[in-house]
Design a protein around this ligand. Structure first.
Ligand SMILES: Nc1ncnc2c1ncn2[C@@H]1O[C@H](COP(=O)(O)OP(=O)(O)O)[C@@H](O)[C@H]1O
Ligand SMILES: [Mg+2]
Length: 365
């Protein structure tokens, strides 16, 4: 069609063309793999007989078809009746030029990022954090004593022995830092949400990264200047961007490039299995050209204490995920060597005039 090869056959995401009566009209080769069946045998079969989804989708699909609007469903279990269901995101949109036909893409979770709404911090993770918090509190006091004692000792020591007390002090400091991160996680208060200029947040994060941990990086700004204000807690969002920049800087070897990309995506809606939804049109991407997520942990990086680094805490992305979740937002990641993209999707501030001034002045709408 387009003269650039066979798009349909090349599309790496399992994709189905759905006819007006919810029958399968075509599937691409990735979907043949997903269903473990050929397109020939699948065509004409009722979609819902072939695809087991743990959310009531028929009505939403009918509505999307009727209104000609796209439909995104995140974190549903999708099975084909033969093997264990996979957690997937479904993206459904009207097929242009074919009335009543819909296109459905099935992205397994590894590709699709992760639902950060409500159940994001799983209960097991929550209790792990609760316990770590308690321990953090209990360990910090004796640790301060140990550090103090080592410092006292060091006053009468020879150079050789000083190295040992320095080691005690240094290592204790490292532990205190870790504990403080755990405590920070527990102390996180709910976001105080106001209209926020995301570009200010990105700028602040960029500047402080360049002065500190990201001094070896080249950080490029690629902003949509017409982006409306977001609804969020500026300090917490700064923390989010800093954590993502820090990870990107740590992933790069001696040097690397990070692109901060903002854009507006009008149709991005988060729709949950229970039918509620929220519009999240502001997109912020933090893109680095480092080696990508380590293989073994790619699916779990948002869980606390999951780290691919020798001295990592695994708390950075857990905190990011919690903050974005508290904002009603969404975070996803795609990663291949040379290109890792963390994408934040945030709600916009509903009215441009919700900022309050100190005067009695009426703001106009
Ligand atoms: N931009 C990135 N590129 C490659 N790997 C990343 C990136 N961001 C995060 N990771 C991986 O995710 C892991 C978890 O990150 P995080 O929760 O911040 O913990 P920590 O940085 O303490 O290890 C990291 O250890 C790293 O392996
Ligand atoms: Mg980190």
């Amino acid at each position: 069609m387009t003269g650039v090869g066979d798009l349909w056959a090349s599309l790496p995401v399992p994709t189905i063309v759905i006819g007006p009566g919810d029958e399968i009209v075509d599937i691409n080769s990735a979907a043949e793999g997903f269903f473990n069946a050929s397109a020939k045998t699948m065509v004409g079969l009722p979609l819902w007989d072939q695809l087991a989804v743990d959310a009531p989708l028929e009505n939403s699909l009918a509505r999307a078809r009727k209104n000609g609007t796209p439909l995104f469903v995140n974190d549903v279990d999708v099975g084909n009746g033969q093997r264990a269901p996979l957690q997937c995101a479904l993206q459904i949109s009207p097929l242009m030029g074919a009335p009543e036909h819909m296109l459905m893409m099935i992205s397994p979770r590894e590709l699709a990022g992760r639902m950060t709404q409500n159940h994001s911090v799983k209960s097991a993770a929550k209790s792990a954090i609760g316990m770590a918090e308690m321990l953090a509190h209990e360990i910090k006091n004796p640790l301060a004593g140990i550090t103090g004692a080592a410092q006292l000792l060091s006053m009468n020591l020879s150079q050789e022995d000083l190295e040992l007390t320095d080691l005690i002090v240094g290592e204790s400091r490292r532990i205190v830092k870790l504990l403080e991160q755990v405590e920070q996680f527990g102390n996180l208060s709910p976001p105080v949400r106001n209209p926020v200029n995301i570009h200010d947040v990105l700028d602040r994060a960029r500047r402080s990264a360049l002065l500190g941990f990201g001094g070896h990086m080249n950080i490029i700004e690629d902003y949509d200047p017409s982006l409306p204000l977001a609804l969020g807690d500026a300090d917490q969002l700064l923390q989010v961007v800093l954590n993502l920049l820090k990870n990107a800087s740590e992933a790069a070897g001696s040097t690397g490039t990070i692109r901060l990309h903002s854009y507006f995506e009008h149709s991005f809606r988060l729709r949950r299995a229970d039918g509620t939804g929220q519009s999240l049109p502001l997109q912020i991407e933090i893109i680095d050209d480092g080696p990508g997520l380590p293989d073994g942990i790619a699916g779990d990086i948002f869980d606390p204490f999951v780290s691919g680094k020798e001295n990592g805490t695994g708390l950075g992305l857990a905190l990011v995920s919690k903050i974005i979740s508290d904002h009603g937002g969404w975070i996803s990641v795609t990663s291949v060597p040379g290109r890792t993209v963390f994408r934040l999707s945030l709600p916009r501030a509903s009215k441009p005039d919700t900022t309050h001034t100190n005067s009695n002045e009426q703001t106009k709408d």
